[in-house]
Design a protein around this ligand. Structure first.
Ligand code: ADP
Length: 594
């Protein structure tokens, strides 16, 4: 429910240093910068033509007194030309700004994404990914609006206000002073009042949403409501919420009523006052009727622009905040990964050693998940890690993949510290078949080829056959081209696992990490998965995170993890003979249950 609304974006103060930082966004414009500058020139031109408009209109009106129809024609033609120019300038200004912005933002988006996917796991384990996603998209939208319109509008309004004042002063100083003392004030007041009303109606909407939550909750848990005969309770709860909505909405209506009265009295009142004073001056012969007309038009520019500029300032504050957050993400240090398409992997053998490894998660430093882990696995062995859930079995796998940095001790592969390996090479030699296999939206073929993007069709088919996946894949009408994932076919847990096994087979890693599925598959599916796994494990070092003991009897070594340490270590036969051993207990428990 906690979706970010654009209105909720936090603002940042506009200071010299925050502006300087925000301007760094222009770095991403590459060779598109000129478009922004030329756009600015067109912006200046549109503002100048906008300023010419009232002047010509006044001259046109003055033709009445002069009874000069010919001059009126010429001025009207001139006005037509002004409008034509203005529309032309506006067109170029807008197209150029949009072109500049889209190109720049495409670069920003790509840079953000590139950095994001390369950030270490410690970053993702501390951030809520969904939130991050919606934040980024809102921040980018804010920057987009600002670059295309807000900056331009701000400058335009600014030029209009200054220009209008200059023109007003040139017509009549007394009238200008009179206007200055009221119009901008009313303009700003109207905006502030308007913003207050908008905020208030958002509150009312939130209240309505809250009352909707009551309905949703009740409907979802209707059987509970009925079982407890608590209909009256829910009705009371809803009635209270509704009452609050009505109270707030009525108050909101009154505010809107006030606003309407305010506009009528102040805004129109001001117009009456300025016109009245202008007419007085006109009667006294100080200004012509045309000048009065021009004056009123410029005054309306000032009123509208001073109101608009306050709103635009708030927009820019939000944009600065958005830019700061985008840069924060861009400044996060990524893992050392080249993003080249083809990397050559130096095959490692696959001897794994953990020496006195201790570790706690960066987000929960105080909890030592692993205290002192020691074991070694030589090439080709199957090592199973067992132990109660939450003891750190998956953590050991994450450390081997170098998702996190260990605190002390060392992890060696082929006798070399894993932190001395090139990260891509290290992970390139490993494969993981996770508990809950996530397939990417795309075809089955693409999903298998994820393990080796350049694989040929024959290799993919062979991998599918070895993974016991070929038969079910061929059973789909579109076979390997069947789309899976969110918008495609739903595969069963066992089928997804076999796809993951095919993916791992294709990659042909030296070290394999198997995170056994916790939810049990049906026995037929289980048999197929188990067969496929046996094939997969051949000729490599396998680390099996075991949730069920039945599947690991043949393991070369079983490590029993308890309280951050390995408490027992040996083959199934050795461990089962340990009196009062944890493994023996676990094993008794599991087999008596099944
Ligand atoms: P197992 O695989 O044995 O069930 P895990 O290795 O998943 O256990 O977890 C070990 C401990 O570390 C648990 O207490 C878990 O809550 C904690 N943990 C796991 N992942 C994270 C993480 N990303 N951040 C913080 N704590 C974590």
């Amino acid at each position: 429910m906690a979706r970010f609304q654009e209105n909720d974006l936090p603002k940042s103060k506009i200071t010299a240093s925050s502006l300087q930082k925000a301007i760094l966004i222009f770095k991403y414009a590459d060779n598109h910068k000129w478009k922004f500058y030329v756009g600015l020139v067109f912006l200046l031109l549109t503002s100048v033509t906008a300023l010419a408009f009232p002047k010509f209109m006044g001259m046109l009106v003055d033709c009445v007194n002069k009874k000069d129809a010919h001059l009126a024609n010429e001025i009207a033609l001139g006005l037509g030309l002004v409008l034509l120019l203005q529309s032309l300038f506006s067109f170029f200004r807008l197209s150029l700004f949009v072109n500049f912005t889209e190109n720049t933002l495409a670069n920003v988006r790509l840079a953000l994404y590139t950095n994001l996917v390369k950030l270490p796991m410690s970053f993702f384990s501390q951030k809520r990914v969904g939130e991050l996603n919606s934040r980024i998209s809102n921040d980018i939208t804010q920057i987009q609006d600002t670059l295309t319109t807000t900056i331009a509008e701000f400058l335009r309004q600014f030029i209009l206000i200054i220009g209008s004042f200059a023109m007003l002063a040139s017509i009549n100083i007394k009238l200008t002073i009179m206007m200055v003392s009221v119009v901008p004030l009313v303009g700003v007041a109207a905006v502030i009042f308007g913003r207050f009303i908008r905020k208030y109606s958002k509150k009312v909407q939130d209240q309505v949403a809250e009352s909707q939550v009551v309905v949703e909750e009740t409907m979802q848990g209707i059987s509970i409501v009925k079982a407890f005969a608590n209909e009256w309770y829910e009705i009371t709860r809803y009635r209270e919420k509704i009452k609050e909505v009505v109270k707030m909405a009525i108050k909101g209506g009154q505010f809107r009523g006030f606003f309407a009265s305010f506009i009528i009295i102040c805004l129109f009142g001001t117009i009456v006052a300025v016109v009245w004073y202008g007419v007085q001056l006109s009667i006294a012969g100080e200004i012509t009727v045309g000048q009065l007309f021009t004056f009123i038009l410029y005054s309306s520019y000032v009123g509208a622009s001073s109101g608009g500029i306050a709103e635009l300032y708030a927009q820019m504050q939000k944009a600065i905040g958005a830019t700061e957050r985008v840069f924060e993400l861009l400044d996060e240090t990524p893992e050392k990964i080249n993003s080249n398409e083809h990397i050559s992997i130096n095959k490692i053998k696959g001897d794994v050693t953990f020496n006195n490894v201790a570790f706690s998660y960066p987000s929960r430093k105080e909890v030592k998940v692993l205290k002192d882990i020691n074991f070694s696995a030589s090439f080709g062995q199957k090592i199973a890690i067992v132990g109660p859930s939450g003891m750190g079995k998956s953590t050991i796998a994450s450390l081997l993949l170098r998702f996190y940095d260990i605190e002390s001790g060392e992890i060696l592969i082929d006798g070399k510290n894993i932190y001395d390996y090139d990260l891509e090479n290290l992970r390139g030699n490993m494969s993981i078949v996770p508990q809950d296999v996530i397939l990417f939206g795309g075809t089955i073929k693409e999903n298998i080829a994820y393990g080796k993007p350049e694989a040929t069709d024959e290799e993919i088919i062979l991998a599918a056959k070895q993974a016991n996946a070929y038969v079910f894949i061929e059973g789909f009408p579109e076979k390997f081209e069947t789309v899976v994932g969110e918008r495609g076919v739903k595969l069963s847990g066992g089928q997804r696992q076999r796809i993951a096994i095919a993916r791992a087979l294709l990659k042909n890693p030296s070290i394999l990490i198997l995170d056994e599925a916790t939810s049990s598959l049906d026995s037929e599916s289980e048999k197929l998965v188990q067969e496929a796994l046996e094939i997969l494990m051949e000729g490599r070092t396998s680390i099996i995170i075991a949730h069920r003991l039945s599947t690991i009897r043949s393991a070369d070594q079983i490590l029993v993890l308890d309280n951050g340490k390995i408490s027992e270590q040996g083959t199934h036969q050795e461990l089962i003979n340990l009196e009062n051993g944890l493994y023996k207990n676990l094993s008794n428990l599991q087999f008596s249950n099944s």
